[in-house]
Design a protein around this ligand. Structure first.
Ligand code: ADP
Ligand code: MG
Length: 698
């Protein structure tokens, strides 16, 4: 039997494959490009392309594609075969450096938010050598960035790479101040924990809502939900275990470090976490993981739901984005050190994150804003829509001591000064208690928990990297050239803590009292929905920051604003239309049929035995008919509201109308339909119920 190390990464053109396939000089130039971002000249690119093609063909590939991440949030690919005609009527397999480096897909069908007029349909893709090429099916996939001809980013990778660059630049300035001249590169590391639901495919196919929208739009609460807490970390059912095994194998072949798997809180909910890697690769791998999760599910007669809220009444799914800063020399800058000197540096990076999250809380919130995630944030289960940081009591006390020039604890004689070896070693279990915080320090990394399960993690990390780069820049500006570095650093951290401590909250993030305090006393923002959150994208302070670090241009930001809102509008519209369709064509006929069969039976029974009361049946006929009337009315109201929506052409206004008018009408319709489900006989109900969906995989 093959062991994991035998096949791990077999389908990735990773360092091992490159070293084996490339001449030494080509390999070292490519390495330099990967590690230091140097340009690759065409002769080297040709050699790499040819070796890559030979490797891919040897592994069964016939085609190649530039694999990119347009603003749709999913990945795109256009396959070209390697074949090239030879004069003798046959073909040879060819792949040039030019084809490796640059592609020209037709960009006109991808969202661009007005960035690219349709006559200028062509965009180009550019190879990202920092993420390994891989084989999917029979195609060699080359990770690429996707831009318009004017150079504007049309994807999520380009700004992510730019934000990593900005972070690297500013973090290096800080390290130099601490006398570190050996580190060449600082990068963000990310480990995204992916939650998902698995349901039976036959049942899925009977529900239009799942097919069209990825979530249930109707469904009464089943007798059993997640109240017994018997699913979390529970024994994995055989069918699910077989799925996970198959999934792991597929991921490992691609060099994806799938590590942890377990059942989650809700029935049918599970989680997969990889071992962390650089933000860029983590993003590529997470996109691939989501795709493969769905593909493997098919093979097992299952459907993998990545939606943030597939079922009302049980937990939704998120993606915990574990984030830290690491050097090329293997140091985690968010890990408290062993020496006073290391601790001072740790505190600086920690304070930079605190400042960044406080100043750009609205951008972080915006980075996870989607129609799907709106069901989760603030819905009493996932983190609230208010961004705050959990530090834990120990670290909070350390910061308090710095702020007030007081001893860190009773045992400590001297006041808390930087350079004093007073930072406790955190054990993971003492820091990771709080599961309600949207942004928690967990010992040596931060866990951003607001990301939605179907979101690309790119956006969250773009904003996080940029905001922290900005804080580090301010720190470097303040510290560079200071004669007394230690005092200057102490003052800087003191000021930072004073100004930004309002973002630190160690209590229960779901508590209504906290939301009130956060907003009314601390002045934190509470952006509940996507239309509330998106304007942060265009706010001057945010635009200035992102533009100054070269992460986005103004045009790109404006286009992103449009695209995100358009996406919100389209998503909810599809949901509303699906509701109308299901209510009219499935739910109403079922309820009517049930009522009419009952009425027929009452007529028949009373004609045979005239003194029968049939009060139970008659009561039910009334209830069924009345509920059906309400459903018909609410369906009409929703339909009319959708028609009126057509008159609005501005995305901001339209999104506002969706939030204030369409969604409440959808909720009203759902309430009557769910009530109907509880009184309609099971044999009439037109699609699988929550109970069947949630407990149907054995
Ligand atoms: P949990 O949060 O479920 O208790 P862990 O904290 O062990 O689990 O890990 C969750 C995720 O965090 C994993 O993907 C792991 O690889 C990632 N992770 C661990 N250390 C770091 C780090 N320094 N930077 C980024 N991610 C990390
Ligand atoms: Mg975690």
């Amino acid at each position: 039997m093959k062991t994991i190390p035998d096949y791990f990464g077999k389908l990735a053109f990773d360092d091992r494959a490159m070293r084996a396939a490339l001449p030494a000089n080509v390999y070292s130039s490519l390495k330099k490009t990967i590690e230091e971002g140097c340009e690759l000249d065409l002769s080297v690119a040709n050699a790499v392309a040819s070796a890559m093609k030979d490797w891919a063909v040897a592994h069964g590939a016939t085609h190649y594609t530039h694999w990119f991440q347009p603003m749709t949030g999913i990945t795109a690919e256009k396959h070209d075969s390697f074949i090239s005609p030879s004069p003798d009527g046959g073909v040879i397999m060819e792949f040039s450096g030019k084809e490796l480096i640059k592609g020209e897909p037709d960009a006109s069908s991808f969202p661009s938010g007005g960035l690219r007029a349709t006559f200028e349909a062509r965009g180009y893709t550019a190879w990202d050598p920092t993420s390994y090429a891989f084989i999917k099916g029979k195609t060699l996939c080359i990770p690429t960035a996707f831009c318009s001809y004017g150079g504007e980013a049309l994807d999520k990778k380009t700004p992510l790479l730019r934000s990593m660059q900005a972070l690297n630049q500013q973090a290096l300035r800080i390290l130099r101040l601490f006398g570190n001249d050996t580190v060449k590169r600082v990068s963000a590391s990310v480990g995204p924990e992916q939650e998902y639901f698995l349901i039976d495919k036959d049942m899925y196919l009977k529900r239009k809502d799942l097919i069209y929208t990825g979530r249930t739009l109707f469904g009464a609460k089943p007798p059993k939900g997640q109240e017994l807490d018997d699913h979390y970390f529970g024994t994995i059912k055989p069918r699910v275990a077989a799925y996970m095994e198959d999934l792991n194998e597929e991921l490992w072949k691609l060099g994806i470090l799938a590590k942890t798997e377990h059942n989650e809180v809700a029935p049918a909910q599970h989680e997969l976490a990889p071992i962390y890697t650089t933000a860029n690769i983590a993003t590529d791998h997470n996109q691939l993981t989501m795709e493969i999760m769905q593909k493997v599910a098919e093979r097992h007669g299952l459907v993998c739901l990545l939606h943030e809220k597939p079922f009302a009444g049980v937990n939704g799914s998120g993606k915990h984005n574990n984030w830290s800063l690491g050097t090329d020399t293997g140091i985690n800058l968010l890990s408290p050190g062993d020496t006073p000197y290391e601790n001072a540096q740790f505190l600086l990076f920690l304070c930079a994150v605190i400042k960044a999250v406080d100043e750009y809380q609205d951008l972080l919130r915006m980075s996870v804003a989607t129609a799907g995630n709106d069901h989760r944030l603030g819905a009493n289960e996932a983190p609230p829509a208010v961004v705050s940081i959990f530090l834990g009591d120990e670290l909070t006390d350390v910061l308090k001591a710095i702020e007030n020039d007081t001893p860190y604890n009773a045992a400590e004689k001297s006041n808390m000064k930087l350079g004093v070896d007073a930072i406790p070693k955190f054990k993971k279990d003492t820091t990771d208690r709080n599961r309600t915080s949207p942004f928690a320090f967990t010992g040596n990394k931060f866990e951003f928990r607001m990301v939605g399960s179907s979101n690309s993690i790119a956006c969250a990390n773009i904003m996080l990297n940029s905001a922290v780069a900005d804080a580090l820049k301010d720190f470097a500006d303040a510290l560079e050239g200071k004669a007394d570095f230690d005092s200057a650093l102490h003052e800087l951290l003191k000021d930072t803590i004073k100004t930004h401590k309002r973002i630190i909250f160690n209590g229960n993030g779901y508590d209504d009292k906290w939301i009130k305090e956060a907003v009314e006393v601390r002045g934190l923002s509470n952006l509940k929905t996507t239309p509330d959150a998106m304007p942060a994208c265009l706010e001057k302070k945010n635009m200035d920051m992102l533009i100054s670090h070269g992460v986005y241009t103004e045009t790109e930001l404006r286009s992103r604003y449009e695209i995100m809102l358009e996406n919100y509008i389209k998503t909810v519209k599809i949901e509303a239309l699906t509701m109308v369709d299901m209510a009219k064509k499935e739910i109403l006929p079922a309820v009517w049929r049930n009522a009419s069969d009952l009425a027929t039976s009452v007529c028949y029974k009373t004609s045979v035995v005239p003194d029968l009361g049939c009060t139970g049946e008659k009561e039910l006929i009334k209830r069924l008919s009345n509920t059906a009337d309400q459903i018909a009315i609410k369906t009409d109201e929703l339909e009319n509201a959708l028609v009126k929506l057509k008159m609005i052409s501005d995305v901001t206004l339209e999104a506002g109308r969706i939030k204030d008018d369409i969604i409440p009408k959808m909720n009203a319709l759902r309430a009557f339909c769910d009530e109907a489900e509880t009184i309609t006989a099971e044999s009439y109900w037109p699609f699988p119920t929550y109970g069947e969906l949630l407990f149907g995989v054995r």
